[in-house]
Design a protein around this ligand. Structure first.
Ligand SMILES: [Zn+2]
Length: 155
């Protein structure tokens, strides 16, 4: 079913896996039933996945809701780059220059088509626990996407 959605923000993610990960594997993991080790979701977590070589893979159309950030999905477009952890499994900005380029282009394209809107990182959607109007690192519920999205891609 195609529902006309109002998009209010673009949310950037990392896959929290190896940079060599393929979009098809992420999609399969999201959609596989929990009994088979998947997330058991009806729709994938992201609209777009940017692979290490800069290839942009569409997991679902922008008119559909993707499952990227609980409480923010109905009016968000989710973009994920593969990577986001270092060799020891700690959160790290592992983006290749091809990924940075492709992501920038993709975001610019969406903003051109849809008009200006905020571009934020998943972690920027964490609750503002001390209500100072800013989401600071001590409030992040996760590191995703491991770089300063507003500083780099925000308007
Ligand atoms: Zn995320």
């Amino acid at each position: 079913m195609n529902v006309k959605r109002t998009i209010r923000r673009i949310v950037i993610h990392c896959s929290a896996g190896p940079a060599s990960q393929k979009a098809s594997a992420i999609r399969a993991y999201h959609l596989a039933p929990a009994a088979k080790g998947g997330r058991g979701w009806k729709s994938p977590g992201y609209h777009y996945v940017v692979e290490a070589d800069g290839r942009v893979v569409v997991l679902t159309g922008e008119e559909h809701i993707a499952n990227g950030a609980k409480g923010f999905n109905s009016d968000s477009i989710h973009i994920c780059y593969t990577g986001g952890i270092d060799a020891s499994g700690r959160p790290a900005d592992t983006r290749t220059s091809a990924q940075k380029r492709s992501m920038k282009q993709l975001v610019a394209d969406i903003l051109y088509r849809r008009g200006p809107m905020p571009v934020v990182g998943h972690r920027d959607l964490s609750p503002d626990r001390n209500h100072d109007g800013r989401i600071t690192p001590d409030e992040w519920i996760k590191q995703c996407p491991c770089f300063d999205v507003k500083g780099e891609l925000g308007q």
